[in-house]
Write a protein of this length. Structure first.
Lengths: 294, 528
């Protein structure tokens, strides 16, 4: 036990809904108790120093935890960012005080990212802006990668989008970083691990046979392919059909609902209206463009 | 003098920022003098502008976008949003029974998940001391794991913490920590159960205007029933006994944190599809308003207003929510919160499981009265006051059992293969209100449709009621009132304040929102 290496993880929440944190709690294999208490990979333990939803402490004592982590000389910790970063006004999101003045979360994000070994963008808001950055983006939300670019911070960012991301995508990516390093993870052209986001939903969908046979649901509750009801599976890269959600119980299409493409940078604005059929021209452009990029 | 500024000149200022083990971003400020809280302010510290994001979108998208206001309670937002759209689309009285029942089952699943999460993951570390397991010599696998964890010496996320008031015996602490770990699994099971019909969770996908998208099959019913049975056993054998154990050791918390003693419930879980009146329709959890004098009345929707004197919004924005328009003013003098101040007939009003229990008890609701009387008399709690920190925990636990039992009945009512939704078309113009209680209390969604698009969307959310700042009269919100007068033994470890705040189960992401009618450029600022 004495040989266990502690990997500090700080989980910061910006323009977020805590859905990514709750999805983390839904991890099935390993369960969240195992993640918190045992080694996640051989010889390494996630030392979850900061996550507002679960940690015992509050107030100045946990602000100190953040500040001490950011000051660490050796880049030995991982920053997990949940939520987008509001840039229009410093008071739109604050956490803790410094000299009796509220500290913007954007400052925490930049300070913590600067000396982290890696930044994990948990969820579509942190990865691409997501719903808080949806039209008209009232609080000037950007992704964590965009914040880092503006601040000239070179820490590598890995994107784990989803609204929320599947717990396997989060824990699996974290474990892969701990086991073999961030560079060992093969990512697509927008920073998503190919092991989770490597195939279109449409490619592995159990209703694909209905699509090929031209059997389409025309109203909610009907069987058949959900393409006519607005399914974005043909333009969405995720392994939901194979992995399924909530310990493998079900997934969106299994509940008779079209995929909304919640892992994509286009979510929500360019995939709206969510229940409108994607036009074939756009479909073709997307597939050609994506194939050419690879 | 500005009544939002601390009125007490002497005393020690206590700031808790961030308040944790709640949803979202919150700051609590108190002035403590002579061992008592003399003044308190609750501040919402994060703002996204959700209603503005909804404006102009396709009405069907409202449910999916609005539920993402909160990842802890998306299901109730999906429900309220579907209700307001049912009305706007003219199908509120046409929801098939399967659709109504699946909505109830999905919402009920998240009630159970939310209540279990709240008592264990969010609250238990205020009452249970994990350090007793350092000396554990027994054979239970989970507890041996905790001991090994402690022996390694890095105790995050269980440290740092407030110190000085852990009262349980070694055995009781072990039991509570074991139950805390068990609860992490059972709340996940509740999400799995939800997902049988809801597709995925957080952000279930099945609830739509007109009903639900998920078909009803015998297989789904039995999968759901199997998970429900596990959760029901946990509530009976672990959750309620854990609350009673804590109640036995921390009995003074039945005298702390009373709050404003006025209660509002919209009710929840529709029992038939025909009635649509938000005030009189039949619901499992009853609607009503109970005033401080014990008088019970039906909900008067017209009595709901929102005030903004101490909120970061333009002063012109105080209005009934159906007409709400809000303009952010982050530099506004005297303002201290991104929450508005909802008031019922002019007064601060508490919402949530305690409010539903008080309303139901006052109205002679048979199971609520029997549950509460049994819990109070079977223990040494008789004569204690329900409006209190522990009263809120107890009300939540008893409500979880009540909802669980009703869900078992709804499963029996489902008809495999029957219709789950009625087709509805989007009108060029329309409006609707969706009023329903979620795990944390009374929730309202209001929609207006113009030219086939959302022209206005407004939410009044449970934590906006409970966590509201002062109103135009300077009257503090319910959580602020619960703090004022409370004891604080050690201003450096103000665990009393944390316990009072957490008893309300605050959800700040939901509570902060706005709608702007004008364009918005405040200018970018630089990060230092």
């Amino acid at each position: 036990m004495a040989d266990t290496v502690e990997i500090p993880v700080v989980w910061l929440q910006g323009a977020a809904c805590s859905g990514c944190a709750v999805s983390l709690l839904n991890s099935f294999s390993p369960g969240i108790d195992t993640v918190l208490l045992r080694e996640l990979t051989p010889g390494k333990h996630v030392n979850l120093r900061f996550l507002m939803t679960v940690m015992a402490g509050q107030g100045q004592q946990v602000v100190r935890v953040l500040a001490d982590t950011a000051k660490a000389k050796a880049a030995g910790y991982v920053l997990v960012m949940e939520g987008a970063i509001q840039l229009t006004h410093r008071m739109f999101a604050t956490l803790g005080e410094e000299d009796h003045r509220e500290v913007p979360i954007s400052k925490w994000a930049a300070d913590l990212a600067r000396s982290a070994m890696a930044v994990v963008a948990a969820g579509t808001c942190a990865a691409f802006g997501g719903i808080p950055a949806g039209q008209p983006n009232p609080t000037g939300c950007v992704s964590i990668a965009e914040l880092l670019a503006r601040e000239g911070i070179n820490t590598p960012v890995i994107n784990i989008p989803g609204c929320p991301p599947h717990p396997d995508w989060l824990i699996g990516s974290l474990a892969a970083i701990m086991r073999r390093g961030l560079n060992s993870i093969e990512v697509d052209d927008i920073g998503r691990p190919k092991m989770f986001y490597g195939q279109l939903v449409h490619e592995t969908c159990p209703r694909r046979a209905d699509f090929d046979a031209g059997k389409f649901a025309k109203a909610f509750g009907q069987g058949g392919c959900l393409y006519e009801l607005g399914c974005k599976g043909p333009v969405t890269y995720a392994d939901c059909p194979k992995r399924m959600w909530n310990s493998g119980t079900n997934w969106c299409v299994g509940a008779g609902s079209p995929c909304h493409g919640c892992v994509e940078p286009d979510f929500p604005d360019r995939l709206s209206p969510l229940y409108k059929k994607i036009d074939e021209e756009r479909l073709n452009l997307f597939r050609v463009g994506r194939a050419a990029a690879e | 003098m500005d009544s939002a500024q601390p009125q007490v000149r002497s005393g020690k200022s206590v700031v808790i920022d961030p308040m944790t083990r709640i949803e979202g971003h919150m700051k609590v400020e108190a002035v403590v003098d002579g061992g008592l809280v003399k003044d308190a302010r609750c501040r919402g510290t994060m703002f996204r502008g959700f209603e503005r994001i909804l404006s102009g979108r396709h009405p069907l998208d409202a449910v999916r976008i609005a539920q993402r206001v909160c990842g802890v309670c998306p299901t109730i937002h999906a429900t309220a949003s579907a209700f307001c759209l049912d009305e706007a689309l003219g199908v509120a009285d046409k929801i098939p029974d399967n659709g109504r029942l699946v909505r109830n089952l999905v919402l009920g699943s998240n009630y159970l998940q939310s209540h279990i999460l709240h008592f264990f993951a969010l609250s238990a570390l205020d009452y249970a001391d994990v350090t007793v397991l350092a000396g554990y010599e027994g054979d239970e696998s989970e507890l041996k794991t905790v001991k090994a964890f402690i022996d390694r010496g890095e105790l995050a996320p269980f440290f740092p913490r407030y110190e000085g008031d852990y009262r349980c015996s070694k055995d009781e602490n072990r039991l509570l920590i074991r139950n805390y770990l068990k609860a992490l699994q059972v709340r996940r099971t509740a999400h799995e159960m939800l997902c049988v019909f809801g597709g995925k969770m957080p952000h279930n996908i099945d609830i739509v205007p007109g009903g639900v998208t998920s078909d009803v099959t015998a297989d789904k019913i039995e999968t759901f029933a199997g998970k429900l049975a596990q959760i029901r056993a946990f509530i009976e054998d672990v959750y309620i006994p854990s609350v009673l154990l804590v109640a036995g050791r921390y009995g003074d918390y039945f005298d702390i944190g009373a709050g404003c003693r006025r209660f509002l419930s919209y009710g929840a879980f529709n029992l038939d599809s025909a009635s649509t009146d938000p005030v009189t329709r039949r619901r499992l959890l009853p609607a009503g308003v109970l005033d401080a004098g014990g008088k019970l009345s039906p909900v008067n929707i017209g009595g709901i207003t929102e005030q903004v004197k101490y909120s970061y919004y333009d002063d012109s924005c105080a209005s009934p929510p159906a007409e709400g328009s809000t303009w952010p003013k982050p530099e506004k003098a005297g303002a201290y919160s991104w929450l508005k101040a909802p008031r019922y007939e002019g007064a601060p009003t508490e919402v949530g499981p305690l409010a539903r229990t008080m309303v139901g008890y006052a109205g002679g609701h048979p199971t609520i009265k029997a549950d509460v009387d049994a819990a109070l008399s079977a223990t040494k709690l008789s004569g204690r006051k329900l409006p209190s920190v522990l009263g809120r925990h107890l009300a939540r636990a008893l409500e979880a059992r009540r909802v669980c039992e009703a869900m078992a009945g709804w499963l029996d009512e489902l008809k495999p293969g029957g219709p789950v939704a009625v087709e509805a078309s989007i009108p060029q113009a329309g409006q609707g209100a969706g009023l329903v209680d979620g795990p944390r209390g009374a929730l309202g969604h209001w929609i207006q449709i113009k030219d086939g698009r959302i022209s206005l969307y407004q939410l009044v959310v449970p934590t906006t009621w409970n966590g509201s700042p002062r109103d135009a009269e300077g009257i503090p919100g319910p959580m602020e009132q619960a703090l004022i007068g409370a004891p604080v033994k050690d201003a450096d470890n103000p665990f009393e304040i944390a316990r009072i705040i957490r008893s309300f189960d605050p959800c700040l992401a939901c509570a902060v929102h706005m709608l702007t009618a004008r364009g918005d450029t405040i200018g970018e600022y630089r990060i230092v």
